[in-house]
Design a protein around this ligand. Structure first.
Ligand SMILES: NC(=O)c1ccc[n+]([C@@H]2O[C@H](COP(=O)([O-])OP(=O)(O)OC[C@H]3O[C@@H](n4cnc5c(N)ncnc54)[C@H](OP(=O)(O)O)[C@@H]3O)[C@@H](O)[C@H]2O)c1
Length: 279
């Protein structure tokens, strides 16, 4: 970047979940690709002078306080961004939470939080920011393989991600006449704080059928989708084919589940050996 570059000359991207394992990498890549980024974050990240990405984010990242479980907080954050009057060229929804739990005895707070952060917040935030998004804009949802395939023991998370897939596909139809693209990216397991929390709370060993991906690799693929928009991208693509096949023919999942579970248990043991026990 030349020293004479004015920050306003960079296109604006808005990113949620930017303090997390994948989101942090996405922001660094976007800054490197020439974007100015506004992150929506809560807690410590919003304190004056704190840059969750450290020096790598430089002066091109601004923080707007937002708790995605609170509708009025989303409305206020969006209003602040709209009031700044800059076109939002890219909106990436990366925030997400998971609270594993079987069908019975679910905790009401956990259910409400997952629905709020994973589903309600991206819908509301998109809706509020669309007035600032011109032709050529792009909305990207970080979904999950659990948005395309049942995930035993994490049914609420899967429900939110299936819902998000339906919303994204419908939104793409709504926005096509306005020249705004919509993409969803469906990663398998990624080695981030979310995965470790999930496993500590009894998450599915199916996360370990393959080795969890590195957050930087997943972020690279997500930013590649920002450059060349596609409706749905599965990471890895083969797992996406399998997930979609299981939806068409549920018997395939029933038959393959014992083998997948065996392989997942082995993968999880290997992961714990390499990275230490998950607490
Ligand atoms: N890790 C995986 O195995 C995996 C696999 C497939 C898909 N994904 C998806 O990838 C995305 C990123 O996940 P990750 O693995 O990077 O998770 P992570 O490291 O736990 O990060 C989650 C992010 O969401 C933010 N967030 C959570 N609740 C929030 C709230 N109420 N208000 C504002 N922000 C909130 C967190 O902010 P705080 O720092 O304030 O908590 C953090 O920035 C999620 O949508 C997830 O569903 C993850």
């Amino acid at each position: 970047m030349s020293t004479s570059e004015r920050p306003e000359s960079r296109p604006l991207a808005v990113v949620t979940g930017a303090t997390g394992g994948i989101g942090r990498e996405i922001v660094a890549l976007l800054v490197g690709a020439g974007y100015r980024v506004t992150i929506l974050a809560r807690g410590e990240a919003t304190s004056p002078g704190v840059s969750p990405g450290g020096p790598a984010w430089g002066a091109h990242v601004a923080t707007v306080a937002c708790d995605l479980t609170r509708m009025e907080s989303i409305a206020q954050a969006a209003a602040d961004i709209v009031a700044a009057g800059e076109p939002v060229m890219l909106l990436i929804h990366c925030a997400g939470v998971i609270s594993p739990g079987q069908g019975d005895g679910l905790c009401g707070d956990g259910v409400a939080r997952q629905i709020a952060v994973n589903l309600t917040a991206p819908i509301l935030l998109t809706s509020r920011l669309l007035e600032s998004m011109p032709r050529g804009g792009h909305v990207v949802f970080v979904n999950s393989m659990a948005g395309a395939m049942p995930l035993q023991g994490s049914g609420v998370y899967a429900a939110t991600k299936f819902g998000l897939r339906g919303y994204a596909l419908s939104l793409a139809l709504d926005l096509r006449p306005r020249g705004i693209r919509v993409s969803s990216v469906f990663p398998g397991a990624v080695d981030t704080p979310m995965l470790r929390r999930e496993m500590a709370e009894g998450g599915s060993v199916l996360n370990f059928v393959s080795q969890p991906a590195a957050p930087a690799d997943v972020a690279r693929r997500i930013v590649a989708v920002c450059r060349r928009p596609r409706r749905e991208v599965f990471l890895p693509p083969l797992d996406g084919l399998f997930a979609n096949l299981c939806l068409l023919l549920p018997g395939v999942l029933r038959l393959s589940l014992p083998l997948l579970t065996f392989s997942g248990r082995r993968g999880y043991r290997r992961f714990q050996k390499r990275c230490g026990p998950v607490k």
